[in-house]
Design a protein around this ligand. Structure first.
Ligand code: SF4
Length: 347
């Protein structure tokens, strides 16, 4: 069976043309699945019954079973493990913050980057997600919110995996979620987070979409960065920054630089000064994320004093900076911690 959410509107048109159906069938079906969030062909009442039956035999829609979930009422986060038909699981998080409803999605099962401070990195790489599997994470929470009279307002691609190493599926999922026939989420509502895959950044710059780009730097020096983000050593910090400048030229969007602060590793005043020097004068915002300790990871969280001192060094150089004290998505929610926990306690 094929997954309907894997298809773009153009592919749906082709499919219905191959059946000798009128062109408008593509829009009808896309609207049911992506806008009305109806995932049962028998309820698509403006389609002939025979067509509904045929679609039921050929396609699944949103084929994933919700598994265990974790709620943090104080933080307003809800994490869910969605079980895919092949038995793999994918983590998705909903964050409720004032009037924002942000879904943090995964783009791969596991991750090939292997960041030293990340639980997903330790898990290794299992496989890429398809466009439909990426999108259904957003639609899963869109359906839940709809029942509560709310809607998804933002999407961050910061869960498990490196989006720019699963480029085609990631862009297809974004384009489908952005499509006016569906959720119609504006391009500026999406943030693609990368460790700095240079060819991917340059390609994204050419997509003609004003997507937000977040780059995980984690160190101001190449040698330290290579220790923390092993796969990223293919691209020097200089090359990454050249690519982000190109991204700004093409999209006029400010770049967010993410920096997980780890005690005694990358949180020194010298590191703060070096980071400040690198980013001074650029269209940049820095997110400082104090490391959240996790089982099996040999790092410590820096003191509040140390975090504030790091922040001050950046502010002194005129750099916008935010400390994300508890919402370190990559660490707390997006990096396999939920999945690892479920594996340990499968019941
Ligand atoms: S932090 Fe992100 S890029 Fe690094 S291993 Fe974890 S999921 Fe992959």
């Amino acid at each position: 069976m094929r997954e309907l959410l894997d298809l773009s509107p153009a592919e749906l048109r082709e499919y219905f043309a191959s059946l000798g159906e009128p062109r408008y069938r593509a829009r009808q079906v896309f609207e049911w699945a992506w806008k009305h969030l109806v995932w049962d062909f028998s309820r698509m009442t403006n389609l002939p019954v025979s067509l509904r039956e045929r679609l039921t035999q050929e396609f699944t829609i949103g084929a994933a079973e919700p598994g265990a979930s974790l709620m943090d009422a104080e933080e307003g986060t809800e994490k869910i493990l969605l079980k895919l038909p092949d038995g793999e699981g994918v983590e998705t998080v909903l964050m409720r913050e004032e009037d924002r409803r942000t879904v943090c999605v995964s783009t791969q099962v596991g991750c090939p980057i292997g960041c030293a401070f990340c639980a997903t990195g330790k898990m290794g790489f299992h496989r890429n997600l398809s466009a439909g599997e990426i999108a259904l994470q957003v639609l899963f929470f869109a359906r839940k919110l709809k029942a509560e009279g709310e809607r998804v307002t933002h999407v961050v691609l910061m869960g498990m995996g490196e989006p720019l190493l699963n480029y085609e599926a990631t862009i297809k999922a974004i384009r489908n979620l952005n499509h006016p026939w569906g959720l119609n989420l504006g391009a500026r509502r999406f943030t693609v987070s990368t460790v700095g895959i240079v060819p991917g950044i340059l390609r994204l710059a050419q997509e003609g979409m004003q997507l937000n780009l977040a780059v995980s730097l984690h160190a101001p020096w190449d040698d330290l960065r290579a220790e923390l983000v092993p796969l990223a050593k293919t691209y020097s910090i200089r090359e990454v920054l050249e690519a982000t400048e190109e991204y700004i030229r093409a999209t006029k969007r400010r770049i967010t630089y993410e920096y997980v602060l780890i005690s005694g590793v990358n949180d020194s005043p010298a590191a703060a000064r070096a980071l400040g020097k690198l980013l001074k004068g650029r269209l940049a915002h820095v997110n400082l994320i104090p490391f959240n300790p996790a089982p099996g990871l040999p790092f410590r969280r820096p003191s509040l004093h140390r975090v504030e001192a790091f922040k001050r060094e950046l502010l002194k150089r005129g750099i916008n900076v935010t400390v994300r004290h508890s919402r370190g998505v990559r660490i707390q929610a997006g990096c396999g911690q939920l999945r690892a926990q479920l594996r340990a306690n499968p019941g």
